[in-house]
Design a protein around this ligand. Structure first.
Ligand code: HEM
Length: 419
């Protein structure tokens, strides 16, 4: 006999079981690819728990590509208010007043605000400016190897991979020589926050960083130089230019979005080459493969494993899964790039791979502003390392390496090498 109560229960939608995987854990970062494969095959939009709330992980190539271009998935969560009890979880995160300008960065905004900012950054961050850095990246890579040789040892992440993007972007921005050490100290703090405690401890550095930028922007407004900050100060659309707060947000997002990502591509790229000796040998003997090698290492190593968070602006359905309005959605770039429906032998590293339409730099309106710079830095970094250090090898077993925790990026904490 059925009671009224059990009838009611039967009519309720069955609760959605969350995948029991901590996607921020170092263990997951070390090898996320087996889990992604299982999700692509059985649960292509997998519900997971992220930072205490439910999020939807999109894993198939076609769905990830569509999601990155989908206007119903927004970056600014104010454009996707949650309904019902989920809305309580969306309470605003407290932020000190001096950090408010940073909220208005283009990676956290939607059209039309995003369109305006992106148009303006492209006026300053031009292919010409990037190409001008080629010789400087080259000399910097040599200088870092000279230093390692003088020391007789090298931890490739700290001694090399971190130095390249941070030095180059500081020089491009036009941070005066005498301020570079402290600018890079504050920047390092800003770019390495991954927990709320890190955020709290970083506040004094961030305060100094924002104040310093404000002063530098004022100086460049009065006396423009041949650098990126002056170019951004002068960038104008028909109707507007960047306000001081927008300039601070722009410089900060260029630093943050361009830092760990490039460190990971260089660091995990070298790790991957050293654990694939035949491929490494091929690259040594045929340096003309460098261009396709950088693309393949971007696809294979997933320096950005997940695109940054998006929110469902309305109830929607992806690959047969209903996603309620306001909920968090992640497009798993690292999974799309290993999807056999798009890539032949996706789990095999092939530096010669052609037609490599990977999504490593994103897609759609938020496509990476720094992709040409990252490609240039990585190809010079790999080239100089191979040329200068023909005996380069790992100093520890790959299994002993520690992976960074965190949400969207994927890389190792340290990479001790011998040469
Ligand atoms: C290997 C290195 C890099 C990788 C793999 C990478 C990857 C990405 C990806 C996947 C996105 C899109 C994120 C999303 O849609 O949620 C993105 C956006 C962005 N990247 Fe990169 N990036 C790299 C280096 C850089 C560099 C060097 C810079 C600048 C100096 C940079 C600046 C940006 C900015 C500003 C955005 C936001 C663009 C927008 O919102 O329209 N990135 N990047």
């Amino acid at each position: 006999m059925t009671t009224d109560l059990s009838k009611t229960q039967r009519n309720l939608p069955s609760p959605i079981s969350l995948e029991a995987v901590d996607i921020t854990a170092a263990r997951f970062k070390a090898n996320p690819f087996a889990t992604f494969q299982a999700w692509r095959e059985t649960r292509p939009v997998a519900p997971v728990k992220v930072l205490g709330q439910r999020a939807w992980m999109i894993t198939r190539y076609d769905d990830v590509l569509a999601a990155l271009k989908d206007e119903r998935l927004v970056k600014d969560r104010h454009n996707a208010p949650a309904v019902g009890k989920e809305s309580k979880k969306q309470a605003a995160v407290w932020m000190p007043g001096f950090l408010k300008p940073l909220e208005r960065n283009m990676l956290d905004l939607d059209a039309p605000d995003h369109t305006r900012l992106k148009g303006l950054v492209h006026q300053g961050f031009t292919p010409r400016l990037i190409a001008q850095m080629q010789n400087r990246i080259h000399s910097l890579a040599h200088q870092l190897i000279d230093q390692a040789q003088a020391k007789g040892k090298m931890e490739l992440i700290h001694d090399f991979a971190v130095q390249v993007p941070l030095t180059i972007i500081s020089e491009m921005l036009g941070i005066p020589q005498q301020d570079r050490a402290r600018f890079q100290r504050w920047s390092s703090v800003a770019v390495s926050m991954s927990t709320p405690l890190d955020g709290l401890l970083a506040l004094p550095s961030l305060y100094q960083f924002v104040n310093y930028l404000r002063r530098l922007i004022q100086q460049r407004r009065l006396e423009p130089q041949d650098d990126l900050i002056s170019a951004l100060v002068q960038a104008k659309s028909e109707t507007s230019s960047l306000s001081e707060d927008e300039l601070i947000a722009m410089v900060t997002i260029l630093l943050i979005a361009g830092h760990e990502t490039t460190v990971n591509l260089i660091g995990t790229g070298v790790l991957t080459l050293l654990t694939h000796p035949e491929q490494l040998e091929q690259l040594r003997t045929r340096p003309e493969l460098m261009k396709s090698a950088v693309e393949e290492l971007t696809r294979f190593t997933a320096p950005v494993l997940l695109a940054t968070e998006r929110y469902a602006r309305q109830d929607l359905e992806i690959a047969g899964t209903r996603i309620p309005q306001g909920e968090l959605v992640f497009a798993a770039i690292g999974s799309a790039n290993r999807d056999p429906s798009r890539f032949e032998n996706p789990d095999v590293l092939q530096l010669e791979r052609s037609n490599n339409k990977h999504l490593g730099f994103g897609q759609g309106i938020h496509y990476c502003v720094g992709a040409p710079l990252a490609r240039l830095e990585a190809s010079i970094a790999f080239g100089v390392l191979l040329e200068r250090l023909p005996m380069l090898r790992l100093a520890v077993q790959p299994e002993a390496l520690r992976w960074n925790t965190g949400l969207v990026t994927r890389g190792v904490k340290a990479l001790p090498v011998l040469f």
